[in-house]
Write a protein that binds this ligand. Structure first.
Ligand code: DON
Length: 304
């Protein structure tokens, strides 16, 4: 078997002293204090072995990575009816751009840009008795870890500065694509983004996407066909207007967040997560992308 520990150690060694680490997100004030030198990698093989290096046990704000959990939950409730309210095309635009939303009559391009995730949050609010508690429980169950929590300061920080998301939600409402109140939908959306997890917990929670919908606790949560579709959306839309670049460099379905986390996976083989808070101009972790490019190049393990 390949020496995975050696592979991730060498990638970590090569990148940990890189001077140009990108910029920590500052449009959410509470995220701007995070030390850009944090850098962790966690690799979970489907066969059961685990490998880690660096800050793989430090919790961080998962931000847009939460959009994959929200999509999974909504897909489970609604099935293909979901696609009446949003599309599955890459946007080619930054994650917070609104222009396409107006051109396309309030139907977001995909569930991973902010407007699409706001529609998913609306669908979940209509379905769940206690949206925040139920969503957190779902993530805890997927990760098989009850210590996962919301960071209330991050949620509040985004609530007081998230004018762009208020604009998106109001535009959706004006097109009739939001059932619930703007305030309620955004409160839920900001909380969902403010969940904190570490690299290990993220690889656990994403296990089902590499395992035909069967989670770590051996419960079948989504059909193989639904998992195929979510992985396809991760590949084509998981990195916003850099999805092409991520497929080109790394060659795995995955999802990033402005907290600097990335999770990527190879079906039937592994889930890998990186955390390095500095972002490139497109909002994806700079060192994380480099680490994953090195990983699939060194191991020759990618979907292509
Ligand atoms: O709504 C926002 O802007 C953030 N809560 C999430 C954005 C995000 O993580 C996009 N990631 N690359």
């Amino acid at each position: 078997m390949m020496d995975f520990q050696h592979v991730i150690n060498s990638i970590h060694d090569d990148l940990k002293h890189e001077v140009n680490r990108g910029l920590v997100a500052n449009y959410i004030p509470e995220l701007s204090h995070i030390d850009a030198n944090n850098f962790g990698i966690y690799l979970k093989l489907i066969s059961g072995e685990n490998f880690s290096v660096g800050h793989s046990n430090t919790p961080f704000s998962i931000q847009s990575i939460s959009k994959v959990f929200a999509l999974s939950m909504a897909f489970n409730f609604k099935g293909d009816q979901l696609w009446q309210r949003l599309d599955v095309e890459p946007s080619g635009d930054p994650f917070n751009h609104l222009s396409l939303l107006e051109l396309e009559n309030g139907i977001p391009r995909n569930p991973f840009i902010n407007s699409g995730a706001i529609v998913i949050a609306d669908i979940l609010i209509s379905q769940l008795d206690n949206p925040k508690a139920d969503f957190l429980n779902y993530v805890r169950e997927l990760a098989n870890d009850n210590s996962i929590n919301y960071n209330e300061s991050v949620a509040t920080s985004e609530k007081t500065t998230g004018f762009n998301n208020y604009a998106a939600a109001n535009l959706l409402k004006s097109y009739g694509n939001l059932e619930n109140k703007v305030e309620d939908v955004l409160d839920f959306y900001f909380h969902q983004c403010a969940i904190e997890m570490n690299c290990e917990q993220l690889t656990s929670a994403f296990f089902m996407f590499a395992n035909h919908g069967v989670c770590l606790q051996n419960i079948k949560r989504l059909s193989s066909s639904q998992i195929k579709r979510i992985n396809a959306i991760m590949l084509t839309c998981g990195f916003y207007d850099e999805a092409g670049e991520f497929a080109f460099e790394v060659g795995l379905p995955g999802k990033s967040g402005v907290g600097g986390g990335i999770v990527a996976l190879l079906p039937n083989q592994f889930v890998i997560s990186t955390w390095s808070p500095g972002l490139n101009p497109k909002g994806n972790s700079k060192i994380g992308m480099q680490a994953l490019e090195a990983f699939t190049t060194k191991t020759k393990l990618s979907i292509f």
